[in-house]
Structure formats: structure tokens, C-alpha cells
Ligand binder design. Structure first.
Ligand SMILES: [Ca+2]
Length: 534
């Protein structure tokens, strides 16, 4: 009997295999999907979004061949909460794990088994890969074992292949991790990391500033690696440490290799570039290629990497069968802790107010470009409200997957908008912007159509003391504003110059109520709701 059952099981497996073989041509029609997530690229940082002092010909071509979004948003105004929301389709202010910028030795912020963008696409038959910056924590409570198997990690969230940095370029450990292991680690020189106290005897920016080749402006004065002071202390792992000058090339090489390996069947690549996060240390071949200093040269490096990846698609004849989505994890910022900016009149967020870390538009309205030849009309432009939070539901719709009830509850299917197809779907009507922290403890901002309300305490130019980004202290007027609700109609005032809260108290009250509903009830997106199969 047992044998018969086994036989039956084997037979059903065979028929499954046969079924998938029969389905193969259909499966192959599924486009490859590449999500390129740049870091800290602002609304005014690309020449196709109006930048004058830096040219981004490859991204400009991507936009010319595809669709450019003018009202696209990162789910948060900082890295970790945006990336968490992108992976899960859930606002990061809903839970403490991953709601704020994570230390470099944080435990994994997403539990294995959670519905994620890569796990959904894996289910759809895609081979999934991540290359670049992770910054969502790794390992169990207490953090990862840098010298052993790093588990749980990206491979436990639906990625088949992973080549990442754990956190950011300015945080230790400054090493690459391929799948579960630190790359090039000498077991005789184990890595030790702490964010609480100094470990080992490596020089620090605080104690040995004369050893720095790139000076810090604030923070970033702990262990020096490659002449750059970092956040956090590390010792060991000397042979495994990266050279900042090679980061972009290393990640590009791995992204290209992944595409080459997977070219014959549908793949999903999450290419999370480190450009242009600090420390901005572009490869010397990009030096002086922009008219706005090292930060601009780092944008040129990003554009060059995107160009090389797109050229790979052309070379492998994958261009027409690949949906490319380019965006940024939060708005632009100038001085973010190092002297890698210079004094240039480059408005990194265009006309928008505020910087990375702000609830003003400059913090989270970001470039977004989609390209899929033959499916997305070239040269299109969209004013529709879309967010990176929407990719799980939208790509589920594209690939014929069903989002399980209770999963990706804030993700909205905006696929027709992303593809520029005629549609009468309401799409996204509200959006809650966030810097870090959990709802109820930090100010949030909510969009309702073109109206936007920033809660009390949130009308800041950037994170923290609000003056890091421009080195200009907040004005007396700004200081007064910070503690008031801030209401604006973006259709009439995209620069958020005038607070209309006292002129429209009823709208303030209505939007407060709407925010309360989204926060407490969740799953606020009408399109998603109607699509969830009960
Ligand atoms: Ca970022």
C-alpha cells in the first residue's frame, strides 16, 4: 500500500513535470523582470528629470524608450523602511522590525515564510536573484555569524541567488556576502563587529583622523576601512574587505553574470546599487565626469552601470522580453556625513522641498522609469500616484499570481499605470509617507489626491536635526512650522511653500481621520481589496 502510494506520488510528479514542460512556451512568454533600485537618487538627479550639472545618457535612453513617472514615491524617506516595504508590500511603520535605518549587524527584519516579492515571483516560475545593498538585517536574534553560515538571510525570503552587502557602504562590516558566506574570508582572521564599543585595534576616524582619505562631516568616525571612517567598529576579515572604488563594478559584474546564467528562462533580478549612498567614492575613471563634484561623479557611475546592464540585455537578445523598472529608495541628500559633496548649485530634488529623511516631497518623491519594448509605449510620461510598495501586487498581476489574503496588505496593483495601458482602475488614491519608526510614535504624512497632510512634528527638511542636508540651520519660521500640522495642495504648490492647515481646518480633520483609518484598518487599497480572492 505504502509502495502504491509512493508510485502514485511519483506518477503525479511525472505528470506535473510533463505539465510544466507543456507550459514552458507560456512560461517563457513571461518577461524577465529587473528592478534597479538606486540609493539616495533624488527627483532632480538625472538629466531626464531636469539635472543640468550631471548627464545620465543611459537612464535618459531608458526613459525615452519607456515611461517616466512624475508622482512616484519611495514608501519611506530612508533606506531600510523603503526596502522592507518593497519586499513585503506592507508599510514599514506597521511593525517595529525594519521600521527605521538598521545597524549593520541587525538581525533579519523579515521572518522567513513571509510573502515577499521574490518568493511570489519564484512561485510564478522565475529564478530570482539579488545583487547589491540589502540593509534589512541578517541572521537570528543577536545578529549574524559573520564567520559561518549567515542564516536566515536573503535565500530564506525567496531569492535563489544573492550577492550583497549587509547594510550600507558607511556601515561595518565592509564585506560582500555571496549566498550564505562572506566572500574571501580568511578563517585565520575572523570578523568581529560591534555597534556598541570598539573591538580590536584597527584605527578609527575619531582617534586617527590623519589616516582618512575621505573626511567625515558628522558621525562616521569609527573603524577606518580603505581610508574611510565608518559607522560601527570591526576587526578582522582584512582579506575580505571591499574597496569602495570597486563597489559599483563588483555589483555590476555579479548582476551581468546572473543575467547571463539565467538568460534561457524567466528571471527576476533585484539590482540594488549602492550608488549614490555615502561614502561616495566612485571609481577614478568617473572622476570629473560631472560638473558637480564627487556626488555627481557617483551619479555618472550609476548611469554607466545601468548602461552596461542594459547593454547585456541587448547582447543576449533579452531586451524585448525584459521589463526594467528603475527607481530610488528615497530622495536625494547632499551632505550625508562625508566631505564628498563640494559646493555646487545642484538641486538634487529639483524644485521639491526637503531631502532624504523628510516628509516633504524631496524625501520620497523619486524618479521611476519603466521599459518593456512592445508593451510600454516609448517616451510616455505619467502623473499617476504610484509607489515602490506597489510592486508586489502589480508584478503578481503581471505574472498571474494571487496575493494571499493578509499578505502585502498595502500593495496596490498599479500595473496598468506602470505599463501605460488604458485603464479605469482607481489605482492608488492614498499614500502614507514615513521617515522611520512606528505609527503613533512618529509623524507620518498622507496623500489624498493632490492634497497632503504632514502630522505635527514632521515638517522637517531632513531627518534628525533637519539641517544636515544643507548645513543651513532651520529658520525661525521652519522651527515654528515643525510642531504644526502642515497642509498643502500639490497641484498648486509642488514646492510646499505655504502651509494651508489653518485656512482649511475641515480638510485637516478629514485627512487626519483618513490617516487613522489607513493606520488602524490596514489594507487600504481599493484595487487590491477587490482583487483578493476570498
Ligand atoms: Ca537610501
Amino acid at each position: 500500500m505504502k509502495y502504491a502510494l509512493k508510485l502514485l506520488f511519483a506518477l503525479s510528479l511525472t505528470s506535473l513535470v510533463a505539465l510544466s514542460a507543456a507550459d514552458a512556451p507560456k512560461l517563457a512568454a513571461k518577461p524577465n523582470i529587473i528592478v534597479i533600485l538606486a540609493d539616495d537618487i533624488g527627483y532632480g538627479d538625472l538629466s531626464c528629470y531636469g539635472a543640468k550639472m550631471v548627464q545620465t545618457p543611459n537612464l535618459d535612453r531608458l526613459a525615452a524608450d519607456g515611461r517616466r513617472f512624475m508622482d512616484a514615491h519611495s514608501p519611506a524617506a530612508t533606506c531600510t523602511p523603503t526596502r522592507r516595504a518593497l519586499m513585503t508590500g506592507v508599510y514599514s511603520w506597521r511593525q517595529p522590525e525594519g521600521c527605521s535605518i538598521a545597524p549593520g549587524d541587525a538581525a533579519m527584519t523579515i521572518k522567513p515564510g513571509t510573502f515577499t516579492l521574490p518568493s511570489m515571483l519564484k512561485q510564478a516560475g522565475y529564478t530570482t536573484g539579488i545583487v547589491g545593498k540589502w540593509h534589512l538585517g541578517l541572521g537570528p536574534d543577536g545578529g549574524p555569524d559573520w564567520n559561518g553560515d549567515i542564516k536566515p538571510g536573503t535565500l530564506d525570503l525567496g531569492f535563489d541567488y544573492s550577492f550583497i552587502m549587509a547594510a550600507t557602504g558607511d556601515r561595518v562590516p565592509t564585506v560582500y556576502i555571496e549566498n550564505r558566506r562572506v566572500v574571501g574570508l580568511d578563517p585565520a582572521d575572523p570578523i568581529k563587529v560591534s555597534y556598541k564599543a570598539k573591538v580590536g585595534n584597527d584605527p578609527t576616524g575619531r582617534e586617527n583622523p590623519e589616516l582618512l582619505k575621505l573626511k567625515h562631516t558628522h558621525g562616521h568616525d569609527m573603524t577606518i576601512v580603505n581610508g574611510v571612517g565608518r559607522i560601527g567598529w570591526m576587526t578582522g576579515g582584512k582579506a575580505a574587505r571591499w574597496k569602495d572604488e570597486d563597489l559599483a563594478d563588483t555589483f555590476l559584474k555579479q548582476a551581468v553574470a546572473f543575467v547571463e546564467r539565467q538568460k534561457d528562462a524567466p528571471f527576476f533580478l533585484y539590482f540594488a546599487t549602492h550608488n549614490i549612498h555615502v561614502p561616495r567614492v566612485p571609481n577614478p575613471r568617473h572622476h570629473g565626469k560631472s560638473q558637480c563634484g564627487t556626488r555627481g561623479d557617483s551619479i555618472v557611475e550609476l548611469d554607466s552601470a545601468v548602461g552596461d546592464l542594459l547593454a547585456t540585455l541587448d547582447r543576449l537578445k533579452l531586451r524585448d522580453n525584459t521589463l526594467v523598472i528603475f527607481s530610488s529608495d528615497n530622495g536625494g541628500i547632499m551632505d550625508d556625513g562625508y566631505e564628498d559633496v563640494g559646493n555646487f548649485d545642484h538641486p538634487c530634488n529639483g524644485v521639491l522641498r526637503g531631502y532624504k529623511g523628510s516628509l516633504f516631497e524631496g524625501g520620497h518623491r523619486v524618479p521611476l522609469i519603466t521599459r518593456w519594448p512592445g508593451h510600454i509605449k516609448a517616451g510616455g510620461e505619467s502623473d499617476e500616484l504610484v509607489t515602490l510598495l506597489d510592486l508586489p501586487a502589480s508584478l503578481a498581476a503581471l505574472t498571474g499570481q494571487t496575493v494571499p489574503v493578509g499578505a502585502a496588505i498595502d500593495s496596490c496593483n498599479v500595473l496598468p499605470a506602470l505599463l501605460g495601458q488604458p485603464h479605469d482602475q482607481p489605482g492608488r488614491e492614498t499614500f502614507v509617507a514615513h521617515v522611520g519608526g512606528v505609527a503613533g510614535k512618529v509623524p507620518l504624512a498622507i496623500r489624498q489626491g493632490q492634497w497632503k497632510l504632514i502630522q505635527e512634528g514632521g515638517a522637517r527638511r531632513s531627518y534628525g536635526d533637519a539641517n544636515k542636508s544643507s548645513r543651513v540651520p532651520p529658520t525661525a519660521e521652519e522651527k515654528k512650522e515643525i510642531n504644526k500640522p502642515f497642509l498643502v495642495n500639490l497641484a498648486a504648490d509642488i514646492t510646499e511653500s505655504t502651509n494651508l492647515a489653518s485656512a482649511h481646518p475641515e480638510r485637516v480633520a478629514e485627512m487626519r481621520k483618513l490617516l487613522e483609518t489607513v493606520v488602524t484598518k490596514g489594507g487600504s487599497q481599493p484595487v487590491l481589496k477587490s482583487e483578493i480572492k476570498k
